[in-house]
Design a protein around this ligand. Structure first.
Ligand code: PLP
Length: 372
């Protein structure tokens, strides 16, 4: 009965952790959950106020499939492209699925540098393509020679995600352009997921917007703490955008109109950077704190963006996470969720209060001292 394309998709790892957390909560235990992949801040009041105003004044209908003009223009201005290259989607996830369905051919290969966001593996499966992983451990940088060796005419797409979930690594512009050039040689599309591009601490991420064979995926879920609002976008050459529109018109159809209007105002009033800056300031304090504590215990790369850190805990990640949760009430994500080669890693989200992070670090230290 089940279609082949969904048969290989597993939800068991996340479900098991979720079940353990729920059971512990039912038992009345104090759980610090650092497995969550969204900002802990509520959506900024500036966005909420504008959205309410638009909701009351009738912005509750369909918009153009491509999105409202003022939002497309505002996004185009940020990335220095034309509005014709911008399509608004229902979150970054819809944009990723549109790009996958439009460009990943059945039985082709999809290159995914690992560790990486779990969903890319799922998109490849839905498209019935084979995944070719490129391991980037231990510094999580991409080696262009390794990429070159993995490429062939069978490759239809290469997924990139910088700043990266789960490592926080930001790849330099030269290497990114190198990936684009290599992909071009094999007529492959680069799907560059830049959803964390506004959350960075050291080097500024380079966008691949405007490159010929690239689909840039982005949105406001993370930068404006709007995960529940579903506003994403793609930037691509017009011919590529038209192919994705064929999927989007039957998939996301259009993003919520009042939310599109609210975000357009935030961008056009010039207050976007200030709002994001408030959150990034807080994330930076937490990043510095968590990194300073973890580096005493584990081999760990300092995140330059996003709000995750990915230490090597030296033992099987599932055992580490389950044990830590049961014994110390701290919930992390096992590295296995992010591709192969991550068996000894765990993802820690620092999108949580400093108080909770302090509590979690103490408990992890105790756990390690007791002999993990
Ligand atoms: N891309 C990456 C790398 C993510 O981490 C996430 C969410 O965690 C998404 C895309 C999905 O974003 P959205 O909520 O806009 O669909």
């Amino acid at each position: 009965m089940t279609a082949e394309r969904v048969k290989g998709i597993s939800t068991s790892l996340i479900r098991r952790m979720f079940e353990i957390v729920e059971r512990a909560k039912r038992e009345g235990r104090d759980i610090v959950n650092l497995s969550i992949g969204e900002p802990d801040f509520d959506t900024p009041i500036e966005v909420v106020e504008r959205a309410c105003k638009y909701m009351k004044s009738g912005y509750t209908h369909y918009t153009s499939n491509l999105g409202i003009e003022e939002l497309r223009i505002a996004i185009a201005d940020i990335y220095k492209v034309s509005q014709e290259n911008v399509m608004v989607t229902t979150g970054g996830s819809e944009a990723l699925l549109n790009a996958s369905l439009a460009f990943i051919e059945e039985n082709s290969e999809v290159v995914i540098p690992t560790p990486n966001f779990l969903s890319y593996f799922t998109y490849a499966k839905i498209c019935r393509a084979k995944v070719r992983e490129i391991k980037t451990h231990p510094n999580f940088e991409m080696d262009l020679d390794v990429l070159n060796e993995s490429m062939s005419k069978k490759v239809s797409a290469v997924f990139l995600n910088y700043p990266n979930n789960p490592t926080g690594v930001v790849l330099d512009g030269k290497t990114l352009k190198g990936v684009v050039e290599i992909a071009k040689d094999y007529d492959a599309i680069v799907i560059s997921d830049e959803i964390y591009d506004k959350i960075y601490y050291d080097k500024k991420p380079t966008s691949l917007a405007g490159e010929e064979n690239v689909v840039v995926v982005n949105g406001f879920s993370k930068s404006l703490a709007m995960t529940g609002w579903r506003i994403g976008f793609v930037i691509a050459q017009k011919d590529l955008l038209n192919e994705m529109l064929k999927v989007h018109q039957v998939n996301g159809v259009c993003a919520p109109s009042f939310a599109q209007k609210a975000v357009a105002d935030i961008l056009n009033e010039g207050i976007f950077d200030e709002i994001v800056g408030r959150m990034v300031k807080e994330f930076r304090r937490r990043r510095d704190f968590v990194y300073s504590r973890l580096k005493r215990l584990f081999e760990v790369v300092k995140p330059e963006g996003a709000f995750y850190i990915f230490p090597n805990v030296g033992i099987d990640c599932e055992k580490f996470c389950e044990d830590l949760l049961i014994k110390k009430g701290v919930c992390l994500t096992p590295g296995k969720a992010f591709g192969s080669g991550n068996e000894n890693y765990v993802r820690i989200s620092f999108a949580n209060s400093l108080d909770n992070l302090e509590k979690a670090m103490k408990r992890i230290e105790e756990y390690v001292a007791e002999g993990a």
